[in-house]
Write a protein that binds this ligand. Sequence first.
Ligand code: URA
Length: 240
Amino acid sequence: MSALGAYVEHQRELGVLGFPRNPGPAPEAPRARTTSVEPTPGNLFVSPGLEATRNLEELRTHIGDCRRCKLAPHRTHLVFGVGSPRARLVFVGEAPGRDEDLQGEPFVGRAGQLLTEIITKGMKVRREDVYIANVIKCRPPDNRNPEPDEVASCEPFLLRQLELIGPEVVVALGKFAVQTLLRVKTPITQLRGRWYDYHGIKLMPTFHPAYLLRNPADKRLVWQDIQKVMLELGIGTGPR
Ligand code: URA
């Protein structure tokens, strides 16, 4: 079963909104590979064909002018993600902010500038050689935290994006992204700096760049986390 299929199955078992709990024994009819969840009324994960998307362009087309959750009416742009479709490293933030919503690209505001500096000046990697995305592709009104039904609608798209890119490492930025992806409530201060597994991909939690703008003294902790990522990827550790 693919990571996306396993994810959907897990959500169904948990009875998460939009993933109805399996009512009993497995159905006799074989399940179509591309439709892990039946599109029933009230089921928010109505996205048959998602697993059949073969590249990021097809995935973007599949998502389309998305109306699957209640964030749609508030957005200017759906912020899909940006970077190399073959990136070895993917950064995942929370959700687009105002600048990102207006421009349609993740991490382009002040926090984004700091993330770009971490990538280009710290890691000495070009921004276009990594991939940058968010857990949620549309801006929540007034920058509130995304709600569970919005995550349930949108995370499968992030998961498919990661399946298609096939990175070695995901860096999850900030409390919301880390706790959401790892399904934990542990404080980010305890999670950061250690490796976790996200659907078979190594995941490193670290502080969000917006937090660093308010707490610049903690930049050194992020740098420690990023150095672990560089070591894992074998970058910046020898002659280049
Ligand atoms: N904060 C995020 O988490 N993501 C963005 O794209 C911008 C700011």
